[in-house]
Design a protein around this ligand. Structure first.
Ligand code: NDP
Length: 334
């Protein structure tokens, strides 16, 4: 499959180019950038043969079936919509859009056009997350009572741009990381948060946007979730705990882009390490996207997943702004 990459971004160069090229026949034919100079330099450095500032020019290339959108967040909507309209399958970065209704509109447009539309929530592709999900589904920890999610990291200097100072581009830790955590919880528990309370803060990096958030979510089953995201914590490390009536899962270092971290299961029988696959998360995501296009499987996170996980993140921000509990509004998406 030949791809158009929209956005000469860090995630595209660090992970997604390699993930596409790892697939049988996977090729990135175009990169589209808002800056001719940056796009040309990016294309030359990464061996992408065609570069343009005109999205329509790349979309007119009939040899390309798929588009990956990884521009800044406010551009996802118009760029993905143009790609869908051109009949391309689209893998879009999270957050899908700045507003829930816009993201839902992308899903609807893709349905009407008969193309695959998916969200690049990479953590669903991790061997550790898939192993945890299987343990929960098999009943190994009984009824889930609570989840504690630790995702406070230190944003590296090369990413300390729009994320920390540009609200109009979709900056802030909530659209950046809380949206991933929402997706992880939805993936692990197989249910969608219904109500949240939250606080957010600027703790050293954020200028006009939050760089830290803490929230508590109520699930339809009654399980409680607490979630912590930040850009300003150099030594916190990441982790995830799922506690049930018959056992607990402790995962450390797993909220990351790499196939690393440890998972342990604790039950009345004692504490035991859990074997997890160490495959590349992004290659898995592209492979699952191919299955969705071929009709042989589902995307790791499909369009509705992207909308719902955005809805949870937006509810967290609303709850923090209002200082009161907020019901998650999933709109028309079921
Ligand atoms: P970057 O800041 O690296 O890139 C975003 C945009 O900034 C690019 O598309 C490009 O614009 C512009 N840009 C970047 N570098 C330069 C430069 N040197 N000169 C001029 N313009 C430049 O963002 P990320 O790669 O970190 O994030 C991009 C998207 O991917 C976001 O939506 C983010 O949420 C998502 N993301 C997802 C991850 C995941 O694991 N699923 C991980 C990281 C990010 P142009 O489009 O004009 O080329």
């Amino acid at each position: 499959m030949r791809w158009v990459f929209v956005g000469a971004s860090t995630i595209a160069s660090q992970y997604m180019l390699g993930a596409v090229r790892a697939q049988d026949g996977g090729e990135v034919a175009w990169v589209v950038s808002g800056s001719a100079a940056h796009g040309a330099a990016w294309a030359a450095e990464h061996g992408v043969p065609n570069v343009t500032t005109d999205l329509a020019e790349a979309l007119a290339d009939d040899r390309c079936e798929a588009v990956y959108v990884s521009s800044t967040n406010e551009k996802h909507l118009p760029q993905a919509m143009a790609a869908i309209k051109a009949g391309k399958h689209v893998l879009c970065e999270k957050p899908l859009a700045m507003r829930i209704a816009e993201a839902a509109g992308m899903v609807q447009a893709a349905e009407e056009a008969g193309v695959t539309f998916a969200t690049n929530h990479h953590l669903r592709c991790s061997g550790s997350h898939r192993a945890m999900r299987a343990l929960i589904a098999e009943g190994k920890i009984g009824k889930v009572l609570s989840v504690r999610l630790f995702h406070a990291v230190h944003l590296p200097p090369h990413l300390q741009g729009w994320r920390i100072n540009d609200a109009a581009a979709g900056g802030g830790v909530i659209p950046d990381i809380t949206v991933h955590d929402a997706d992880v919880v939805r993936f692990l528990l197989g249910e969608d948060p219904k109500r949240v309370v939250a606080q957010m803060a600027a703790s050293g990096m954020g200028e006009g946007v939050e760089d830290s958030a803490m929230s508590v979510w109520t699930m339809p089953s009654g399980a409680m979730v607490m979630s912590h995201e930040s850009f300003t914590h150099p030594f916190a490390g990441s982790g995830l705990e799922v506690h049930g009536t018959e056992g607990s899962i402790f995962a450390s270092g797993v909220m990351t882009q790499e196939p690393v971290g440890e998972v342990e299961l604790v039950t009345a029988a004692g504490r035991a390490p859990v074997e997890v696959s160490r495959h590349n998360l992004y290659e898995q995501g592209v492979s699952d996207f191919y299955s969705a296009v071929a009709g042989t499987g589902r995307a790791a996170a499909d369009g509705p997943d992207g909308v719902k996980s955005l809805a949870v993140a937006m509810a967290v921000r609303d709850a923090a702004k209002l200082g009161q509990a907020v019901d998650v509004d999933y709109g028309e998406i079921s």
